[in-house]
Design a protein around this ligand. Structure first.
Ligand SMILES: [Zn+2]
Length: 427
């Protein structure tokens, strides 16, 4: 999985031969453009990939959200390496432990859990949604909590189930050090044929695309290609690699260019905003990248509809969604469409609204616009994602050895389980 890789960049790189390892895999497989989930943000997408469900199934709503039970904001960080580097303790604990240990619904089964239950060895490198059956201790100083992950579990040097000797330097992120770490671990795993199933996750491409824009980042695809190439070489060459393994290669979401950013909270300036400590507040506004959520808190005198209508005319807002009676409403400026659970056009919006952890109002950003996050930060002048628009939502999907490339990121987990007859029988 190459985070944030757009179909256009992938297709061009494969055709031009600029990415020899990706070109080799594309030549051996079948390809299509596939659909992500909404909001098209990594924690949400990774959970959809690992569980085969949209947010109504896995319950991860966004990068940032309001926990109604604990009455606090959850912030997984714009990038996981960045959270590790920036280092607020609560974000780190939410990102590293709570997303998988508490927030990810116990009602769904991850691909790691399914395959483990069938007696197979699973592995993951840096993958955000890692929940598995094997208990691991972190190397974080002073943290005694453990996490349940795949048997072979590598997560930004914080969890390492095996001594691989791979180095990690989070502070030099722009130089592609996270993926260099992933490549070193991946090489170690493939050399030993140490897994039946591996999620090999490269995050640096998304990081580059946020700062350079989706087209500007194309030059950085060579780094991801080399990381994939390290796996092919570790098997004794590309052909030997494919004798041993089938491959699904994809991204979690796309990216689009953003030229401007605006705070979503500006629509609620006269209400009492929850920012982390307030005992009385009307709304919690959670936005970052190109998706936003508004939570109506107990005691708020305005109905959900009124909270949604406040965003009419907001420069960065494209569509707002909210539930009303048994249906849902999509509102763009003052036009409305009502839809239900069976409506294909709004299937992703419905699934996002049906997540019990989602805001009461969900917002998809206008093309070219981003919402500033809790720290006032944004990627204007670069790239971003999160909305329902095609550029954020379409991903490249390549299948090698697997019958057909999945049409949605939610079809990956079922395709993987079906690939292992022993697991298909168990699940
Ligand atoms: Zn991103």
């Amino acid at each position: 999985m190459i985070d944030g890789l757009t179909p256009a960049v992938f297709e061009r790189a494969v055709e031009s031969g600029d990415a020899p390892s990706l070109s080799f895999l594309a030549g051996a497989g079948t390809y299509r453009r596939a659909l992500s989930t909404f909001p098209s943000l990594t924690p949400v997408c990774a959970s959809s990939i690992a569980t085969g469900t949209h947010p109504d199934g896995h319950h991860i709503p966004h990068l940032v959200w309001y926990d109604r039970e604990e009455r606090r904001l959850i912030e997984y960080g714009s990038s996981f390496g960045a959270v590790v580097a920036a280092g607020t303790r609560r974000s780190i604990l939410d990102t590293i432990f709570n997303m998988n240990g508490r927030h990810l619904s116990p009602g769904v089964t991850t691909v790691f859990e399914s395959l483990h239950d069938a007696g197979l060895t699973t592995a993951a490198v840096n993958f955000t949604c890692y929940r598995g059956r094997t208990e691991h201790r972190t190397v974080l100083p002073g943290v005694t909590r453990t996490a349940f992950g795949p048997e072979r579990f590598f997560f930004y040097n914080l969890f390492e189930s095996d001594e691989t000797g791979a180095p990690l330097a989070v502070r030099k992120r722009a130089a592609g050090t996270i993926d260099a770490y992933a490549a070193a671990v991946g090489r170690w795993l493939v050399t030993r044929d140490g897994f039946d199933f591996l999620v090999f996750y490269l995050s640096d491409y998304d990081y580059a695309s946020h700062s350079l824009g989706p087209e500007g980042a194309a030059a950085k695809l060579g780094d991801a290609d080399r990381a994939v190439g390290a796996l092919l070489e570790a098997a004794g060459g590309p052909d030997k690699f494919l004798e041993r393994y089938d491959v699904i290669l994809c991204s979690d979401h796309g990216q689009t260019e953003v030229h401007s950013a605006a705070p979503l909270e500006s629509g609620y300036a006269d209400l009492r905003l929850f920012r982390g400590r307030e005992l009385r507040a009307d709304v919690a506004v959670c936005a970052s990248n190109r998706a936003g959520q508004v939570y109506r808190l107990p005691g708020c005198r305005e109905e959900t509809r009124a909270l949604a209508e406040r965003l009419d005319g907001h420069e960065a807002v494209d569509v707002v969604f909210f539930r009303e009676d048994e249906l849902a409403v999509a509102r763009r400026d003052r036009d409305e469409v009502r839809f239900g659970p069976g409506d294909d056009t709004f299937a992703r919006a419905w699934a996002a609204l049906a997540n019990p952890n989602a805001g009461d109002v969900l917002v998809s950003a206008r093309e070219g616009w981003e919402f500033t996050d809790l720290g006032g930060r944004h990627h204007a002048g670069g790239g971003s994602h999160g909305s329902l628009c095609a550029g954020d939502s379409e991903v490249p999907m390549l299948a090698v050895g697997v019958e057909a490339p999945p049409a949605s990121i939610t079809e990956i987990a079922p395709a993987v389980v079906a690939r292992f007859p022993v697991a298909a029988g168990v699940v």
